[in-house]
Design a protein around this ligand. Structure first.
Ligand SMILES: NC(=O)c1ccc[n+]([C@@H]2O[C@H](COP(=O)([O-])OP(=O)(O)OC[C@H]3O[C@@H](n4cnc5c(N)ncnc54)[C@H](OP(=O)(O)O)[C@@H]3O)[C@@H](O)[C@H]2O)c1
Length: 326
């Protein structure tokens, strides 16, 4: 495994972060069997992956519990555990969002489920229109003061909102967000026209989510054919990816994969790993085989010409209606 520093911090993370959204029973396409999920996490650890991402909302806490079980006997000092807050955890008042109350309550609940004394990276999962960002930053700051959170990060939002948060942190002397977790892969490149230039300018670490576009870039679906298995059978969100320009990208991915004796998933992950501003893609393997394959991406080299060919079919556009909403 290779390691890097997260953004401009001194925090060392593996170049692949294991995303744990797949572990739990909220959706039919997830890994419902805890032993199978634990096998994937165990295999990741065996490969030297030390960076793990989850969220309170993933299967309503189940993903955090599985991760906590997997890491319980491990040397915590090497591991970087990231989780998130914002989405609804219960009905009724104060069940969601980024108010001081919800953030502090959920941080404690995440610590309990993760069975740990501290969260390395605590991220706001989305922007909360109902809470002033100063209130959220001050609540996050108090968690750092308390020693239960080490760094704070953000996820998917318009660049101007992230810039506003960085400004508020600076003028109020609160900890600033050190990382941005955003959707970024060969067929979802809208963040190149939104938050990524800001992250480069402000030295914010970039940890892309859905690096294989939920499996589309693994080459498991065929142009013009209904999906027969995989996430797309039950996840309607996947259908937005079946566009002509995305199939054109996949054609190039497949061609390069064949030439390099690699898999389409490896070429797609390698493209992200070749981007200077990307610290660690959040991989989402469902099986140990997926994980072994994803790890192999680190060895795949791409030339500038190949990168240009992979990017040619799409011209990134930022559309807040897609990128800035839940
Ligand atoms: N901040 C946010 O709002 C946000 C949103 C989404 C995700 N995330 C984070 O990003 C992580 C990854 O997201 P993701 O699961 O969508 O990642 P992804 O890598 O884009 O998709 C994962 C899916 O790709 C397929 N796959 C992976 N490796 C494969 C291989 N070698 N061969 C064939 N298929 C393969 C599997 O699909 P099948 O299951 O169909 O086989 C797997 O479930 C999450 O766990 C979470 O931590 C964050």
């Amino acid at each position: 495994m290779e390691y890097t520093y997260l953004g401009n911090t001194g925090l060392e993370v593996s170049r692949l972060c294991l995303g744990c959204m797949n572990f739990g029973s909220e959706q039919p396409w997830m890994v419902h069997d805890h032993d199978e999920a634990l096998d994937v996490i165990e295999t990741a650890l065996d490969h030297g992956i030390t960076f793990f991402d989850t969220a309170n909302v993933y299967s309503n806490g189940e993903s955090e519990e599985i991760l906590g079980t997997a890491l319980a006997e491990r040397d915590r000092s090497e591991l970087v555990v990231a989780t998130k807050v914002y989405f609804p955890m219960h009905d009724g008042p104060n069940g969601q969002g980024l108010s001081r109350k919800h953030v502090l309550d959920q941080a404690q609940a995440s610590l309990d489920r993760l069975d740990t004394d501290y969260i390395d990276l605590y991220q706001i999962h989305r922007w909360d229109e109902h809470t002033p960002i100063e209130e959220t930053l001050s609540a996050l700051d108090s968690l750092i003061e308390e020693g239960v959170v080490r760094y704070v990060g953000a996820s998917s939002m318009s660049a101007w909102k992230l810039m506003m948060a960085l400004h508020e942190a600076e003028v109020n002397n609160y900890e600033r967000f050190v990382s941005m977790q955003c959707e970024y892969n060969l067929v979802d490149r809208h963040e190149e026209a939104n938050v990524l230039p800001l992250c480069a300018d402000q030295d914010i670490g970039v940890i892309p989510w859905s690096p294989l576009a939920g499996g589309f870039l693994a080459g498991k679906y065929e142009r013009g054919k209904d999906p027969e298995d995989g996430r797309a059978v039950t996840d309607e969100f996947m259908e937005k990816r079946f566009t002509d320009e995305n199939w054109d990208v996949l054609d190039v991915v497949r061609e390069l994969a064949e030439a390099k004796d690699a898999t389409p998933a490896q070429v797609s992950l390698a493209w992200l790993l070749h981007k200077d501003l990307v610290d660690a893609p959040l991989i989402g393997p469902r099986t140990t085989e997926h994980l072994e394959d994803n790890v192999g991406a680190i060895e795949v080299e791409l030339t500038d010409d190949e990168i240009e060919r992979l990017e040619a079919p799409i011209s990134p556009v930022w559309n807040p209606a897609i990128g800035d909403v839940e």
